[in-house]
Write a new protein. Structure first.
Length: 92
């Protein structure tokens, strides 16, 4: 009975570890919502907000929605940015 319990414990541990690594690499490799200079600013806005609510990034030299912020670490403007996470080296 103990060998079955050990096998279940090891398989559960491996399942959790693989899930954590999968989520980590997905977060690491995903696009946090960088603003592209080639896209129209209307494509970046939230539906229902007026297009007059725009700001200008002096570093990127482009118009951006009010909710977008410039990340000094990525050196790009990011939609709905909260902070730059050093654990995944990506904006969150």
């Amino acid at each position: 009975a103990s060998s079955i319990a050990q096998w279940l414990h090891c398989s559960f541990y491996l399942l959790l570890t693989m899930g954590q690594l999968s989520h980590y690499f997905t977060c690491f490799a995903s696009n946090p919502g960088y603003l592209n200079a080639g896209r129209s600013i209307v494509q970046h806005r939230i539906p229902g907000t007026p297009t007059s609510e725009l700001s200008y990034c002096r570093i990127c030299r482009m118009a951006r929605p009010v909710r977008a912020h410039h990340c000094g670490r990525c050196n790009r403007c990011v939609l709905r940015m909260d902070h730059h996470c050093l654990w995944v080296d990506n904006c969150a």
